[in-house]
Structures are given as C-alpha cells and as structure tokens.
Design a protein around this ligand. Sequence first.
Ligand code: FE2
Length: 413
Amino acid sequence: MNIINATLRKTSGLYTVRCEGERISAITLQNASVAAQPGDIDAQGQLLIAPLVEPHIHLDAALTAGQPEWNQSGTLFEGIERWAQRKETITHEDTKQRAHTTIRMLAEHGIQHVRTHVDVTDPTLGALKAMLEVREEARHLIDLQIVAFPQEGIESYEGGRELMTRAVELGADVVGGIPHFENTRDQGVSSIKFLMDLAERTGCLVDVHCDETDDPQSRFLEVLAEEARVRGMGSRVTASHTTAMGSYDNAYCFKLFRLLNMSGINFVSCPTESIHLQGRFDSFPKRRGVTRVAELDRAGMNVCLGQDSIKDPWYPLGNGNILRVLDAGLHICHMMGFEDLQRCLDLVTDNSARTLNLGEGYGIAEGRPANLVILDADSDYEAVRRQVKARVSIRGGKVLMTRVPERVEFTAA
Ligand code: FE2
C-alpha cells in the first residue's frame, strides 16, 4: 500500500510512504503531486502523522456520569461521592462494555496508543481483571497500557501494598501511585519508595498521580524525581497532573526544575480536567490549577497532554477527541505563540509516545509499524485551529477507519 501526496510534520514537500505487510518500507520525497494508482491512498497534501496518543485516561470510570446521580457542584469531592454510588452496581461486563465503547471513541479520533489507570484499591481487583481482557480484545484498535492505580492509597488503604503487587503479577504494565492522597507526608514518601521498588524489581513503567491538588506544600514530585534519578529510571517514570506546581513559588520551582531536568522523568497534564477540578477552594483571584506545561517544555523536559476522563463523575464532557484537549491546553497554558502552534501536535503525538516508552514501535520511519493517520490539515497550526478530525487511520498496514468529511451547503439567496 502506498500513501501518496502526504505532508510530513517538520519537513517540506510531498512524500510517498510505502507500507509492506505491517511495516513502513520506504519514505520517498516526490518531485510533484502524483496521480493515484489502484490501491493507493491519496493524502491530497494533508498531514500524515503517527497516531495520536492518549497517555492518561481512566477507562474503568468512563461513561458513568449521571448514574445514578449527576455531580451538581462539579467538585472532586462530590465526584468521589457519586463514584461510590455507581461503584455499587459495577459488574465485570459493565466495565468491559464501557471501556470498549470509549476505546472506539478514541480510535475514531485517530488514537492508537492508550494508557489507562485502573483502580486497584479493591480486594477483588475486578476492574483490573476486566481491563486485562479488554487489552487483548481491543488490540485491533489500540495498544493499551494498564496502570495499577491505587485510587485510595497504597499505605492508607488496607492491604494496599499486596494489591499493587498482585496487580502487577496479574499483568499490569505500569505501577501507579497517589502520594498526596496518603494520610501523612511520611506515608506519601514511603508509597513512592515502595512503588519504585516494585517497578524496578518487575521491569514495569511508572506513572504516578502526583500532587494533584492546589496545595503548594504538596511536594511529592521532588521525591519521585529523586528516586528516578538515583535509580537511573527517569525515562521510564511519569508524573501525572503535578497541579500543585501551578501553586509553587518561583524560588522553589527554580530549585525543583534542576532536579527534574537531571531526573529525565516525563510529565502528563490533563488541562481540561484540572481547570475544572482545581481552584475550587479559591474565590478570586482564582488559580488555574494546572502544572507549568510551557515552562517544563521550554526547559527541555518531556511533557504531553491527556484527557483523563470521558463523561465520568469527575468530568461530564469529553468525546475521545484529544485535539479538543490540545486546543484547551494551549489556551490554559499560555502556549499560543506561533512557534508553539507550529509544533503543537508534539504534545499529543511524539511527546506522549516518549512518555509511553513506545520507542521504535512508533513514528514514521522505515521499518516501524505501519500505524498512520491522515488529518484534514496541512500543518499543526491548521489542525488545531480548525479542530480537524482524522480522515483515515491505518493500523498494521491496513485501513482501520475512514471518515467522510462533512460538507456544508448554503442555500442560494
Ligand atoms: Fe487521572
């Protein structure tokens, strides 16, 4: 299969990308636009990108908003109450069905790599067992990484350490954590040491919900970064949310950034979720409650954006479209300078792939998997400005999804 007349990011000219079997076999610069032969896919000068990536979502809670009651205040705390109500009616099939429906929504938007956090503070590990099945059943649509996520803590939840260990034995890919939620500062620190030990011992990646609060005294990020630095595990470790960093003073952040840089860890921000849930104890002026995305990026660190929720008790909106989150994130994080806009897809493609440690399993290069997406725009800037959608999604060298572009017709006056 040839994809012809493709614009590739950060290059000029039109390209033909040849796929043989499940791999990309050649990438050739064309002299001019070429005519399609039978079997070719004509990108018509639009962007051909590696798939979009969802680096942070909670598939086990997705599509439960309003069941049985809506979160009226919109706060994190009412979300926890509503979730407790819904949790009582959860079944294996219910979890699987909602996860599959959500994965389809993601795939429709050109996403082929997903990292989901799954609550393992449950003695039956029910959601995890359901998601392990989903990971296999959805392989034709996406690659799924499962994080063993201790929603109610590792040290402060009875049997928390055993449940985390068991979750990894059962097949979780990534070790999670939630140090700012543990009962004490000491427990937060020891939870990080425990989860880093577990990851180091088992070869798992790490992705910690870290300092997801507006409390400027929540400083577990420095602990996670130092553990990663000392163990030489930085590239395998991710700090998600880190919203407290939006409330740290600059003197502390100046010192912190030195450590973060040395550690080489990755960052995920979920700007739509954070701007909705954080800042809730403020009147005015009201904080944004979002981490320092632009500053991390400018300092040369790897930062990407995720959706976090789709229609769950904490966040009622969302539809699988990560470009919507990118649009909001660029606004919220003050990243609408033209240079930022010209490379903004990095935040939902290459940077996220690096966070997920996809390595040579991702990207447009000879020998890599023929996983490709045609977007209806010829640049990053136009893709986000016009909120375009994936027109074609190719997976393993085969067309997975095509979208018929909408057409608008005005009635003549
Ligand atoms: Fe999350």
